[in-house]
Design a protein around this ligand. Structure first.
Ligand SMILES: NC(=O)c1ccc[n+]([C@@H]2O[C@H](COP(=O)([O-])OP(=O)(O)OC[C@H]3O[C@@H](n4cnc5c(N)ncnc54)[C@H](OP(=O)(O)O)[C@@H]3O)[C@@H](O)[C@H]2O)c1
Length: 258
C-alpha cells in the first residue's frame, strides 16, 4: 500500500486557518476572500466600505464560513495597525495575509500632480508595506505564515497602465522579494500579478473598445480575466502546496508575457 501521508499538506485545504484579506469589499479581493472561506479558512475582510463588507459577511456565513469585517483605510497607518491587532485577536493569530487593497490613477506622466502621485503611493506601496509589517512582525513572533501581495502585470511590463500605478506595483514586487529574503523561513511572501481583470477599478478603461482590442491583441488567452480566476493562485500561495516558494511573482496574465 502506498504511503500518501507525505502529501497531506499538498492540497489547498484551509480548515482551521485564519486569513486577513485587505481589499475584500469588491473585485479580486472579494473573490479571494470567498475562495479562502470555501476552502475552510476563517476570513477577516478589511476595506473602507462597511456595507460592502457586511454583504460579503452575509455571503460567507450563508456558505457556512466565518467572517470578521474590519473597516479601515490602509493609507491611515494607525487605523491599519489597530485593524491588524483586532484581526490577530479574533482567532488568536493569522496564518495568511492577502493584500488586494489598491488604487489606480489614469493621469499620464505629463499630467500627474505630486498630490495624486503621493495619494496613490500612500495606498499601493506605503499602506501595503506597513500592513505587511504589522502582520509579518506577529507571524515572525508566532508560528509563521504566508503573505500574498496583489501586484500587477503593470509592475513588470508597460501594459497600458499609467506610470504612477505601474511604478507602485513594480515597487511592491521588489518589496515582497526583499521581505521574503529577510523573513524566511518563517514567513513566505509572494506576489500575484494579474493582467487586466474586469472589476470596478478597470470598468471605465475596459468600456472603451479600442482599449479592449489593444489588450486582446497581446493576450494569447484571447479574453480579459474574471476576478475568480485569481483565486486558484492565491490558494496555492497561502497553502502548503507552495511550501518552498517565496519571493516570487506569479504572473496570472493569460500568456501576455509568454
Ligand atoms: N483589475 C485589474 O485589472 C487588476 C490588474 C492587476 C492588478 N490589480 C490589483 O488588484 C488589486 C485589486 O484590484 P481590483 O481590480 O479588485 O480593484 P477594485 O475592484 O477597485 O477593489 C479594490 C479594493 O481595494 C480596497 N481599497 C482601495 N483603497 C483602499 C484603502 N485606502 N484602504 C483599504 N482598502 C482599500 C477597496 O475597498 P474600499 O473602496 O471599500 O476601501 C476594494 O476592496 C489592486 O491592488 C489592483 O491594483 C488589478
Amino acid at each position: 500500500m502506498a504511503d500518501w501521508g507525505q502529501f497531506e499538506t499538498l492540497r489547498p485545504d484551509q480548515a482551521g486557518t485564519t486569513s486577513l484579506v485587505a481589499g475584500a469589499s469588491r473585485g479580486i479581493g472579494r473573490s479571494i476572500a470567498i475562495g479562502l472561506a470555501a476552502a475552510g479558512a476563517s476570513v477577516v475582510g478589511l476595506a473602507r466600505s462597511a456595507d460592502a463588507l457586511d454583504d460579503l459577511g452575509d455571503e460567507i456565513r450563508t456558505g457556512g464560513g466565518e467572517f470578521l469585517p474590519l473597516v479601515a483605510d490602509i493609507a491611515d497607518l494607525e487605523a491599519t495597525a489597530a485593524a491588524v491587532a483586532a484581526a490577530w485577536r479574533w482567532k488568536g493569530g493569522l496564518d495568511s495575509l492577502v493584500n488586494s487593497a489598491g488604487a489606480t490613477n489614469r493621469s499620464s506622466a505629463l499630467e500627474i500632480s505630486p498630490a495624486e502621485w503621493d495619494a496613490l503611493f500612500d495606498v499601493n506601496l506605503r499602506g501595503a508595506f506597513f500592513l505587511t509589517r504589522e502582520v509579518g512582525r506577529r507571524m515572525l513572533d508566532g508560528n509563521g505564515g504566508s503573505i500574498v501581495n496583489i501586484a500587477s502585470l503593470s509592475g513588470v511590463v508597460s501594459d497600458g497602465a499609467q506610470v504612477a500605478y505601474s511604478a507602485s506595483k513594480a515597487a511592491m514586487i521588489h518589496m515582497s522579494a526583499v521581505l521574503a529574503d529577510h523573513w524566511a523561513p518563517k514567513v513566505r511572501l509572494n506576489c500575484i500579478s494579474p493582467a487586466w481583470v474586469r472589476t470596478e477599478m478597470t470598468r471605465d478603461y475596459l468600456a472603451v473598445e479600442d482599449n479592449v482590442s489593444a489588450i486582446l491583441q497581446r493576450t494569447p488567452m484571447g479574453r480579459i480575466a474574471r476576478p475568480e480566476e485569481m483565486v486558484g493562485a492565491a490558494l496555492f500561495l497561502v497553502s502548503g502546496m507552495s511550501s518552498y516558494l517565496t519571493g516570487q511573482n506569479l504572473l496570472v496574465d493569460g500568456g501576455w508575457t509568454a
